[in-house]
Design a protein. Structure first.
Length: 421
């Protein structure tokens, strides 16, 4: 059994590579089941966000190539195009990596809380797909516990810093007064909800939320005194937007250069600030060529996340210490699993001995032997049977000067010295 993760993230790969290896939610279950059916892969889970795609597997052997080949085939990408951007972690390194990811220590914005929810979703999806078993299941549960302890015992999440917050902070730098601006938010997921909340708290003038499902847009917009539109209505309202933030699961761009050119003309070239938080991108990269349009992607936001980080960095040091301890706890559990087969065999052997002697005792009772005599016989015989093999092995170890085995026997059986009371 080998635990393995293979992945890419914002540190190792540009968005052009990450978007090609992204797994939309609607295909994740079928992809997991396809991956799980490959010989040598015992368990599998996939985490796919705008900043990372990671594959967690329990393999029969250390053969990461079968996973890389599957990724290339499934995403129709030549392995040579993405292999240089991959990172791999085995066993203890994997455990530490998952703990750090869940705590936000490996995120673009240190300590951001969204990744924990995304990991929980990835775990639930794998459970529903039937691709998680004993080892990955236990690892995910321990990961969530470690993240909870870090959140409880440190100030890692005390500062309001996130991708959404970074987008709003950047908007504040461009527009002096948000109360005079109109924001169009595209999508209705967690990132857009967080963006809407930050804009609302910073007294944005007007919020318009566009989504494929109007009811979802309306439900979200109503929380922030906003206005909901269907995604198909976006071209009619785009010119109203001073701020556009988009985060959907669309596989194709929603906003193209031509549409933005028309909107800018209607605005009489009044500046428009745009943030594309989606992977794959919702806004065509060519849009940044337009005058009076300021387009940022998730990669660009790293440059704006400079405030409220000192506390998180200090908390991160504390978090690393907690993770060290939690990794060792999980490794101890993992190592104990290697002894389970031995324990099971030992118990089975003892139970077999008990059954044999019990049958003989029952036969003696049936033949009229007094109960007290039968009980004495059963206790004496059972004791001799159970200690015979260990005694013989300890005696042999002594003869062979295997003092380590003799010492181990004393520890296993918790033996006191014979001269102790």
């Amino acid at each position: 059994m080998t635990l393995l993760t293979v992945g890419i993230n914002y540190n190792t790969a540009p968005i052009s590579i990450r978007e090609r290896l992204a797994f939309p939610a609607e295909i994740l279950t079928s992809c997991l089941q396809e991956l799980w059916q490959i010989q040598g892969i015992n368990e599998a889970a996939i985490l796919s966000t705008c900043n990372r795609t990671e594959f967690y597997c329990d393999l029969a052997s250390e053969n990461q190539q079968i996973l890389i080949d599957w990724i290339a085939d499934n995403r129709s990408v030549n392995p040579n195009e993405f292999s240089p951007y991959l990172y791999t972690h085995y066993d203890s390194q994997l455990i530490r990596h998952m703990f750090r990811v869940a705590c936000g220590l490996d995120s673009m914005i240190l300590g951001e809380p969204q990744i924990l929810g995304q990991m929980k979703t990835a775990y639930q999806t794998a459970c529903d797909a039937g691709t998680v078993g004993k080892h990955l299941g236990k690892l995910f549960q321990h990961t969530f516990s470690a993240a909870k302890k870090v959140r409880t015992d440190t100030a890692i999440g005390s500062s309001p810093v996130s991708v959404a917050f970074a987008a709003v902070r950047l908007a504040q730098q461009i527009f002096d007064d948000l109360s005079e601006q109109t924001a169009i938010l595209i999508g209705a997921g967690e990132t857009i909800e967080l963006t809407a909340r930050h804009l609302y708290q910073h007294q944005i003038g007007r919020i318009i939320i566009a989504n494929r499902t109007y009811d979802k847009a309306h439900s979200l917009a109503s929380q922030f005194n906003g206005y909901a539109i269907a995604l198909s209505e976006l071209p009619k309202h785009l010119a109203e937007a001073d701020i556009v933030v988009s985060s959907t699961a669309s596989q194709l761009p929603i906003l193209g250069k031509g549409l933005l050119e028309s909107a800018i003309k209607k605005r009489k070239h009044k500046p428009m600030f745009m943030v594309d938080l989606a992977v794959p991108r919702d806004i065509e990269p060519e849009v940044e060529q337009l005058q009076d349009v300021y387009l940022y992607t998730v990669d660009d936001l790293q440059n704006t996340v400079n405030e409220n980080m000192d506390n998180r960095r200090q908390a991160a040091e504390q978090a690393e210490e907690i993770i060290d301890t939690q990794v060792e706890y999980f490794l101890s559990w993992l190592r104990s699993q290697g002894a389970q087969t031995t324990i099971k065999d030992f118990r089975q052997q003892a139970e077999q001995t008990r059954e044999e002697i019990l049958k003989k005792a029952q036969a003696m009772l049936a033949n009229g032997t007094p109960a007290e005599q039968v009980l004495n016989h059963l206790a004496h015989t059972l004791t001799n049977k159970l200690i015979h093999t260990p005694s013989a092995q300890i005696r042999q170890a002594g003869a062979n000067e295997r003092h380590d085995l003799v010492a181990a026997a004393r520890e296993i059986f918790k033996l006191k010295n014979s001269n102790e009371s």
